[in-house]
Design a protein around this ligand. Structure first.
Ligand SMILES: [Zn+2]
Length: 415
């Protein structure tokens, strides 16, 4: 698929169906008090929030309550509280653009602006949320009654012009970096593009060394199988797939085959199962009329981060009307559980977690905002997983990887 097709598919799949739109009033999920207690006892995090893309939207504030059914957004502070979500990795996402000096410079500038926007949000709401830089910070911040925010980078494109910039982004708080996005880049092959390097490029290998040296978790989500295999093999610290699925459950290049999941786990890594409909269901049958109408709707409103909140609400309403006219299949909680339980059976509860890919096209029916996470805790209890397993799945595993990453850096300082 071309990039335009991928984005259109994501736009089509991301919208909730009318049924969920009408059902989702209260965002505290109705689960048993026992399951809620297990959930609340865990440090709960999601490894891929695309929400920073909304921080520059006029009138949109992370501390206000929003509704996925109104403005499409899936993460904010009130809903983190509803969902017992203690924190997450806030992504600096950059779409892959031209691999030229001008393109590299623009990507670097955009990523720096996004990092600053995250910091502005953290300053504005310092009484409610705080930056986390080390694994221990999560528990320390939670003990103060606040949420924590790690920073991550989705697509290393902003580093292409100057990989030494990883130092600067590390200083800004970035602790996890994904190599590529929908397209191959100067570092690595994408899962959704024709292989160019056969895995990591020489520059990609150097970037991985630099991540290990600084203490940044390598994230091969969106990268090709060859990249994942090479990163697992070459990284000195465990690897996290920040938002990926299981290919044995649904055959899609963004999902990971069993042999690589086993290798990931053998080296201490973790797969964070994502909730992205297009990677869980076959694409809808082509419908030129629908695609034309959807493209016209998107063109009418323009770039989403430039729209006012009212315009976004209007766009979402028009999109729902369009999807009522052209019903689209959307994955649901059962699909998510199928990926999650399969991965848990294959590699065990020390190597699996979750990420909804919220505000980045993620969300499925029944798991459509950060408020919905406790529902999975109840499902995991019913599937026989213990309180300790669930605590590892929700955050313990990723924090363990970060702790091991810090230990590696500490043991190699000066040497
Ligand atoms: Zn992504």
């Amino acid at each position: 698929m071309t990039k335009a097709h991928l984005f259109l598919a994501a736009a089509l799949m991301a919208a909730p169906t009318l049924a969920t739109a009408q059902a989702a009033k209260s965002t505290v999920p109705k689960i048993s008090p026992a399951a809620r207690a297990v959930h609340d006892a865990a440090i709960v995090l999601d490894t891929h929030f695309d929400t920073p893309a909304l921080f520059s939207r006029p009138g949109w504030d992370f501390a206000d309550r929003h509704a996925v059914t109104k403005d499409g957004s899936q993460v904010d502070l009130p809903r983190m509280v509803d969902g017992g979500v203690d924190g997450g990795f806030f992504a600096i996402y950059t779409a892959q653009g031209p691999r030229t000096k001008a393109g590299d410079d623009a990507a670097r500038a955009a990523a720096l602006v996004r990092a600053v926007e995250i910091h502005e949000m953290l300053v504005k709401h310092a009484d409610k949320i705080e930056i986390a830089l080390t694994a221990d910070d999560a528990a320390r911040i939670v003990a103060k009654g606040k949420r924590f925010a790690y920073l991550s980078m989705e697509n290393a494109y902003p580093l292409a012009g100057d990989p030494g910039m990883l130092d600067a982004f590390y200083a800004l708080g970035v602790r996890m970096v994904g190599f590529a996005h929908f397209k191959d880049n100067d570092f690595a092959d994408s899962a959704t593009d024709k292989p160019e390097w056969g895995g990591l490029s020489p520059k990609g290998k150097a970037l991985l060394d630099e991540m290990n040296r600084l203490g940044v978790i390598p994230d091969p989500s969106h990268s090709s199988d060859a990249v994942l295999a090479q990163v697992i093999e070459q990284s000195k610290t465990p690897v996290v797939l920040s938002h990926s699925g299981v290919r044995a459950v649904f055959d899609h290049p963004r999902n990971v085959p069993d042999d690589l999941l086993k290798k990931l786990a053998e080296k201490g890594g973790v797969i964070q199962i994502n909730a992205f409909s297009s990677y869980m269901l076959p694409p809808p049958p082509p419908n030129a009329e629908r695609d034309k109408a959807m493209a016209a709707l998107m063109a009418k409103f323009g770039a989403r981060n430039k729209m006012t909140e009212d315009q976004v609400v209007q766009l979402m309403a028009e999109r729902r009307a369009l999807l009522a006219q052209y019903p689209m299949p959307r994955a649901n909680l059962e699909d998510l559980m199928a990926h999650l339980l399969y991965a848990l059976k294959l590699v065990g509860p020390d190597h699996v977690g979750l990420s909804g890919d919220f505000d980045g096209g993620g969300g499925v029916d029944g798991y459509d905002s950060v408020a919905d996470l406790p529902i999975v805790t109840e499902r995991l209890l019913k599937a026989g997983y213990s309180k300790d397993d669930i605590a590892k799945i929700w955050g313990g595993n990723v924090l363990r990887v970060l702790r091991e990453t810090e230990a590696y850096v500490a043991s190699h300082k000066g040497g």
